[in-house]
Design a binder for this molecule. Sequence first.
Ligand code: PMV
Length: 356
Amino acid sequence: MIKNKFFFGSPVKGEYKTQWQAPSNIALVKYWGKHGEQLPRNPSLSFTLSQCVTTTAVHFSPKRGQDVNFDFLFDQKKQPDFHPKVQHFLECIVPYFPALAHYHLSISSNNSFPHSSGIASSASAMAALALCIVDFEKQHHPHWSDEAFLQKASFLARLGSGSAARSIAGPVMVWGESTAFLGSSDQYAIVPQRDWHPIFQNFQDTVLIVDKEQKKVSSSLGHELMEGHPFAAQRFEQAHQNVVLLKNALSKGDLNQFIDITEGEALSLHALMMTSQPRFVLMQPHTLAIIQKIWSFRAQSQLPICFTLDAGANVHLLYPNRDRISVIDFIKNELRPHCQNGAYIEDRVGNGAQKI
Ligand code: PMV
């Protein structure tokens, strides 16, 4: 049924060029565990970022044959390492846009953040490519509403990388069915509302780079380890509850509740990795040192700063824009020595992808 909703047998027409910029996102309630065609085991909720972005241009030109065909440049250079992922992604998309197989795609992509910064680029990369493809498809369906357009982009992005479903719009996105959000779906992410409490406007996310290397556990393996995990059922239930609580905190501007849920989610994600089979410890000594310093600084300054973590060693430090000067001082004096080569990236919540 869902296939019908997203299937459009578009006619083949001429060439088309487009370019989209899509942001990274940071999950506050984490997606960890999937089934079927990249469907989540629990709902997740994220802040869309604004500075860490992928820009992708695609030139579609008609070709003969029925196979997926593309060339790919990253930072203006050929990058054969990326080919299998792009190939797989396009193959996943074709059933929902069969006319794609009648085109050659010249794809050129770059990130605003260094490739080796430990920041996952798959969400912004898959979202930017999905948007280019849906933009092309829209030329054959001019009646599509903005909502239908974004929904299909999120749906396709999800097939490439689950969290990419949330890199389409903003400032908050919810992916996965939740009783807290009308219209939420496992198939695509939604923008639930835009009128969150003003304290979350321009909310800051400074990414403290503890380890520039790629993740030691791929997220595909991580999701797989949730199958048969001893705490799986409790975890999925916890995520459902946390989405409800976080919605309340974001609406009311309840920073204490926001901090409690956000940090609890980050530590739960790592606890799940530490207790799966095989086990993984992805935090490093500097990750823990940063967390301890955040807790001491919060207690002593009474400023509402908190952290979240991805499936890696880097720390995302979250805080209101109004406290920026004091927090940046704290970062420079106390946290920077724990960052690899003193590296950190100043990002903030944003409104999503754009055509350029
Ligand atoms: O999108 P994936 O398959 O790389 O999974 C992302 C998983 C986390 O980043 C750990 C959590 C999340 O919800 O983004």
